[in-house]
Write a protein that binds this ligand. Structure first.
Ligand code: GLU
Length: 554
């Protein structure tokens, strides 16, 4: 029986002419330096931080080189499928503004000429390549049951030998064509294994773009390439897909590093050029002085939904990811304030080979700086967008008062050193609700008075302010002069300095007076500039609040 006859027996009806696929998916017509990368998630749920990080880098490298970044869904493990998860993945990427050039765009549809981009629709292609290998005598069927494999494993463990299907343990490798025929005709199920020619004693050299020069023993395992359901294993699908999709750089988690000798062997077996590999270490987290992997289970920030819920602007998350990705980025960014992420030359060599340390505080700090540099209109837009999903009450208020809200967000913004109040959109309401009537009306109010806490005195100060010292048209300087007059009338120093020089001569100083005006107006002892707040709120609101307080504290 020839190999061809054997292959026909095992995979009847499958066309082993792989040259048609080679023609169908030709070399891409791109610049010599262009990099083709992909994000290849299994559709088991949602994208988490680690895989978002990988796709962020893949997108960046492709963009930097005028290359291509595509999304391939790896659903060959039919047991692990989760419904609608392609949409989940697509949405997660879109929400982080990580655009794909090709690939799945929802459960059913895709774009690009190198598809299908979902593995379950590529069965014919994989089987062609498997059959081709069978015909070459480089693969064989294996009929071992799970129990037999387990027995072998136990034996290997007992004898302290390497675990796996290789050498003398590779029983089915020695089956004769006649034995195979008989088993197939008896309806026995089988899988297909690679007939490895590797020698474990032999070392191969490999190069990883992040980890550098590596040395491994050659792969001598007859690994499974096609499962009994006719779908390929990850290893084989990786070979076929990344070859036919003309991936130049495989950027993936370093849990795959140990499979690299096998993958290189597979490419070599077919005579295909292997892609370059970049194995990214997992993102780490430090807790009580101990470093561990960022965990989906323990760390809320491992889920991408965390960033949306908190309202951390996407660009700020990306800036943070770049600080994790390249150790020289922060310095570059500091020196190139007018530039964007797109201008930064990403370099694999500047990636930590032991894994970046995730630090939420740092991310929030980056986000705070980022928001402080936005225009008020951009804060308004970003917040509107965020609140539409996460805070409908705030959304309605913002939507009804775009100009007013923009003025509020502009307080102390248009200046050389803008105020840094908000780390994320979910911070803003707590810090500005008193500026919006609708929110103010429904908010619980507590007044944290300090030096001046006597209700009578407070009421007198408020009344005097309204009667004598408030003038709607006052410039900031005039207003401040009037505040000093008010302080003086009540026996407080016009300047802090005067008070400090002669504390016994005064009840306090101007700061104590303005604090009262601030607290009654906003319920807060710390706010942005009081003059700005008053100007935006306007006379009617100021007086209303002061009068209401007086009335409520008679
Ligand atoms: N489906 C694999 C995973 O989710 C892909 C790994 C790769 O990028 O090659 O881990």
């Amino acid at each position: 029986m020839t190999n061809k006859e054997l292959a026909d027996l095992l995979l009847p009806g499958v066309d082993s002419d792989i040259s048609k696929y080679e023609k169908m998916y030709p070399e891409r017509n791109l610049d010599e330096k262009a990099v083709v990368t992909r994000f290849a998630p299994s559709p088991t749920g949602f994208v988490h931080m680690g895989s978002l990080f990988q796709s962020f880098i893949s997108r960046k490298v492709a963009s930097d080189t005028n290359g291509v970044f595509f999304l391939r869904v790896e659903d060959t493990d039919q047991k692990r499928l989760v419904e609608n998860s392609v949409k989940g993945i697509v949405d997660d990427l879109r929400n982080f503004e990580i655009e794909i050039d090709e690939g799945m765009i929802n459960e059913e549809e895709e774009k690009g000429l190198y598809g299908p981009y979902i593995q379950s629709k590529r069965k014919d292609i994989y089987q062609s390549y498997v059959k081709y290998l069978l015909e070459q005598g480089k693969a064989y069927p294996c009929f071992c049951s799970a129990e037999e494999i387990e027995e072998t494993r136990l034996l290997q463990e007992k004898k302290k030998q390497r675990i796996g299907y290789y050498g003398r343990f590779a029983k089915c490798r020695r089956l004769t064509p006649e034995q195979i025929k008989e088993k197939v005709e008896n309806g026995e199920t089988f899988i297909i294994r690679l007939k490895s020619h590797g020698d474990f004693e032999h070392k191969i050299k490999a190069h990883d773009l992040i980890k550098g020069a590596l040395e491994f023993p050659e792969n001598d395992l007859d690994v499974v390439i096609m499962k009994s359901d006719g779908l390929p294993t990850y290893h084989f699908a990786h070979l076929v897909d990344d070859h036919l999709m003309r991936t130049t750089h495989v950027i993936r988690g370093d849990e795959w590093l140990s499979s690299l000798p096998l993958h290189l062997q597979l490419f070599e077996t077919f005579g295909f050029k292997a892609p370059k590999y970049a194995h990214i270490s997992p993102i780490m987290k430090e807790e009580n002085g101990i470093k561990r992997k960022l965990s989906k289970r323990k760390d809320p920030e491992a889920a991408v939904s965390y960033y949306h819920e908190k309202g951390i602007p996407v660009e700020a998350v990306k800036i943070y990811l770049m600080t994790l990705a390249n150790t020289n980025f922060e310095q570059w960014y500091d020196c190139n304030k007018d530039k964007t992420l797109a201008d930064f030359p990403f370099d694999f060599k500047k990636m930590s080979s032991s894994g970046g340390l995730f630090d939420v505080e740092k991310l929030l700090n980056i986000s705070k700086n980022y928001i402080s540099r936005l225009k008020a209109t951009e804060v308004y837009e970003g917040l509107l967008h965020w609140s539409e999903v996460h805070d409908p009450e705030f959304y309605n208020v913002l939507k009804d008062h775009p100009e007013y809200a923009t003025k509020v967000f502009n307080i102390e913004r248009d200046q050389k050193k803008p105020r840094k109040d908000y780390s994320c959109y979910s911070d803003i309401k707590e810090q500005t609700w008193y500026m919006f009537d609708e929110l103010y009306a429904n908010h619980e109010k507590e007044y944290p008075f300090q030096t001046i806490s006597d209700s009578k005195e407070i009421a007198q100060i408020l009344s005097a302010y309204m009667e004598k010292y408030y003038h709607e048209e006052d410039s900031k300087e005039e207003w401040f002069e009037h505040m000093k007059d008010l302080a003086q009338e009540f026996g407080y120093a016009r300047e802090v300095k005067e008070y400090k020089e002669n504390p016994d001569a005064y009840k306090g100083h101007i700061g104590d007076i303005s604090l009262v005006l601030r607290i009654v107006l906003t319920t807060k002892s710390m706010t942005p500039d009081l003059y700005d707040i008053m100007t935006i709120l306007g006379k009617e609101h100021i007086f209303e609040r002061y009068q209401a307080w007086i009335k409520g504290n008679e």
